[in-house]
Design a protein around this ligand. Structure first.
Ligand code: ATP
Ligand code: MG
Length: 455
């Protein structure tokens, strides 16, 4: 790694430098915060050792600056006895950890080792293109996401048409953007056209533009989104919502690279790459006659399917981490973290709104809660209540004839959900709901509720 040491004490710099060079790292040094920041501008640093107490600009201000400008850098604070509290705060603000003076060799080696590993993992899971702003990176390390990332890399090199499917909030637009950013067209426009967001009668003039006098109110010529995307990429979002007429015109663009503006006769040649997405079942739509089969085959040269988050729960922790980071930067507030219970709760949550829901949840928690630690109850209050599941259970309950059967259905549902939320921990749940643990255990047994093996 490239490591920068910012400390005004020469012997600290020398000791650290000696140890870390022996471990194969490349070291640079700075005596003041100002000098350190200048250095960061000029070179690609992975890790900064940062003294809490520095002359002029202090360590905390330097840390703030690093978090803001170079959020990808890891920071290890160095603190004397008297400034432990400050160092602890620094960790809450986003520093990786702190080391107390006098420095302990094993601790340093372990911390640096941890960071090296974390960075390797992170590197693997971000798209390796510096052009993509960290806010638009595809995060995740599940096999499914790794495959998607791999496909993006391959397909970006070509002009192949791509159809991206998946539930709402799974990242379809993000994938389209990544393909564009990694392609040779990346310096040209990326234009999104969303058929669902525009009234049917305006779709064609928005997409293809119109000539003066094409319809009442068309008092001058106006280019469409397609023209604006020339030499770049057009992303046809929610293509399943596009009407049949517009579908035919798009087909012609795909086949011949030509179109006319609405009300015009001049044929315009265009060079765009077309990416499309939908959360509808296009195959069913073709059967029903509302989507052109030939357009489907044209578009679906490379199919991308984005699985829902509940089928790749392994990605939840990295996504949480990523968005904690993003929002602390965007809202320029101290970095928050989740309590262990809150994390468990989220790992077991279904996320019907997928990653968009996770992202919105974290943003809301940043804005609404004052504490740096987000606990289970904060999370619970902010999760979207799943109406569909709860109304289904209500139906089941009402279908029972006898009171005792209805009560039993309710109890099974209630305890299973509660247990899931408390990570299958019976004593914790007993405490939470005010029941003695042996009674709860007996109850669960009588209801036939089984705790999963690995808990
Ligand atoms: N793998 C991921 N890593 C990080 N952020 C993600 C990921 N997938 C989605 N997001 C974020 O979640 C939000 C929703 O993603 P996006 O808009 O791409 O979803 P979508 O599939 O197009 O949804 P819809 O069908 O509702 O339009 C965006 O803010 C996006 O940045
Ligand atoms: Mg979308």
């Amino acid at each position: 790694m490239n490591i920068l040491i910012i400390d005004d004490e020469k012997n600290i710099r020398q000791t650290l430098s000696g140890i870390l060079t022996d471990e194969g790292h490349t070291i640079s040094q700075a005596e003041t915060g100002e000098e350190g920041l200048r250095h960061l501008e000029e070179s690609l640093i992975d890790l900064v050792f940062l003294d809490v107490k520095l002359p002029k600009m202090n360590g905390i201000d330097v840390l703030k600056q690093i978090m803001k400008e170079w959020p990808q850098i890891d920071v290890l604070m160095i603190s004397g006895d008297s400034d432990i509290n400050t160092a602890v705060n620094a960790v809450k603000m986003g520093a990786h950890d702190f080391m107390e003076k006098p420095l302990s060799l094993p601790k340093i080696l372990i911390a640096v080792q941890n960071i090296t590993e974390k960075r390797k993992l992170y590197q693997k899971c971000i798209i390796d293109d510096e052009k993509i702003d960290y806010r638009y990176r595809i995060i995740g390390q599940s096999p499914q996401i790794n495959t998607i990332r791999d496909m993006i890399r391959r397909v970006a090199k070509t002009d192949a048409k791509v159809l991206i499917t998946g539930e709402s909030g799974t990242g379809k637009e993000l994938v389209a953007y990544a393909i564009h950013k990694m392609s040779v067209r990346s310096d040209n426009p990326f234009i999104t056209f969303n058929s669902a967001a525009i009234p049917n009668e305006l779709v064609e003039s928005e997409l293809f533009g119109h000539e003066k006098g094409a319809f009442t109110g068309a008092d001058r010529q106006k280019p469409g989104k397609l023209e604006s995307a020339n030499h770049g990429t057009i992303f046809l979002d929610e293509i399943g919502d596009m009407n049949i007429d517009a579908q035919s015109k798009i087909l012609r663009v795909l086949e011949e690279g030509k179109f006319e503006r609405v009300g015009g006769t001049r044929t315009i040649d265009i060079d765009v790459r077309v990416l499309a997405a939908t959360n509808r079942n296009i195959v069913e739509m073709i059967k029903a006659g509302s989507f052109r089969e030939d357009l489907y085959y044209r578009l679906n040269v490379v199919p991308f399917y984005l699985p829902p988050l509940r089928e790749r729960t392994g990605d939840i922790p990295v996504l949480l981490d990523h968005y904690l980071h993003v929002f602390s930067n965007e809202l320029t507030t101290a970095r928050k973290h989740f309590s262990d219970f809150a994390k468990d709760l989220l790992k077991n949550y279904q996320f019907p709104g997928n990653i968009r829901e996770l992202k919105n949840l974290i943003e809301r928690l940043y804005i609404l809660s004052d504490n740096d630690e987000i606990d289970e109850s904060d999370v619970r209050q902010n999760l979207v209540f799943q109406n569909s599941v709860s109304s289904d259970i209500m139906k089941t309950i009402l279908q029972e004839n006898s009171y005792s059967d209805a009560k039993q259905s309710f109890e099974i549902y209630y305890f299973t959900e509660k247990l899931r939320a408390s990570n299958w921990n019976i004593s914790r749940l007993a405490n939470e709901i005010g029941v003695l643990q042996p009674n709860l255990s007996r109850k669960l047994k009588s209801l036939g509720i089984i705790i999963p093996e690995d808990n």
